[in-house]
Design a protein around this ligand. Sequence first.
Ligand code: ZN
Length: 387
Amino acid sequence: MKTTLKLFLFIALILPQVGSARTVDVKNIRVWNAPDNTRVVFDLGSSVKYKVFTLKKPHRVVIDMEGARWTGELDKQRLLGKLITNVRRGSPQKDTLRVVLDLKEKVSPVTQVLKPNDVYGHRLVVDLRRKQGKVRRRAPKLADKARARIKVAIDAGHGGEDYGAPGRRYHAHEKTVVLGIARELYRLIKKDPELDAELVRKGDYFIPLRERTRIARQKQQADLFVSIHADSYKNTSASGSSVYVLSRRGATSERAKRLAAKENASDYIGGVPLQNKDPVVRDVLLDLSLTQQISESLDLGADVLKELGKVNRLHKRSVEQAGFVVLKSPDIPSILVETAFISNPREEKLLKSRLHQKKFATAIYKGIKHFVKSGRIRKIVAESPTQ
Ligand SMILES: [Zn+2]
């Protein structure tokens, strides 16, 4: 009796506080480390009013959420890493949840609230951008002597918050298996004296689609762009490899159209801060240069598809086209490879296996090699060092 009464009193005491205003549950924090950015994601019960500010000595970021309460577990060890050295939470005033991140260096935080989608509920996303000291970008001078080799930008799809398509039987995630294949491809190309490679995504973090093409073209100054993915379909018997290229208008099939829509949803799932969304730039100019890009990409795609046909069955015998955002580089041949169906248990197993990751990578490498050898790429190799 006594305990029941105590419990009753306790509930009566706390209930008015909890119920007085709308309370936002903060359920979880996730942290994703990228080379120049650390993304901190809060899972929320509903949208929240927040304030984010930085403090010095030591460097800290403080996130205050109004009317919020912590309901999850705070697994500190999982959050600490390259940038964050400690995480604390408290309550500077009633009804405010404060999360303090201790940092190794100064950052500029960029914050956004994301609405629920198929994968996540409400999220508060805080991107901690590392200060970039020197100018890293030089004007793309194509006749640079060091650039005698054709450089391939390898883009492992998805990452971080965006898991991509899920496996059905072996718990594989698209973002993980495609990074494995990308790394194998990187190793193969690096061994080739005629080619050079860079990974667009180097770890488990999210990169917006437009940012991927920017990294490849401006930062890495690549000559080719290969985005690596794994397909999925509700019917688990769907299988095989396929290769896609950008389409200027319309898709070559319903399936290609649906696939492009699915891959383009990446930004929506991962969350792109507003200032990253560039307006539709000079569409006419883009359209003209895209015609050339697409014709080269179709050749590259055909070469890669042919090689993929030697290590896996083909889902489609020809290269298909649709409006993939990640392929919208105006000037470098760009293809998207759906290596296999992660929704098909047999292919999921292949995608997970190191041996088969290597096989997929080898096929893509051979296709690229064939394309480069054929001389169909506009290159630079023979240009004199003057402009
Ligand atoms: Zn994908």
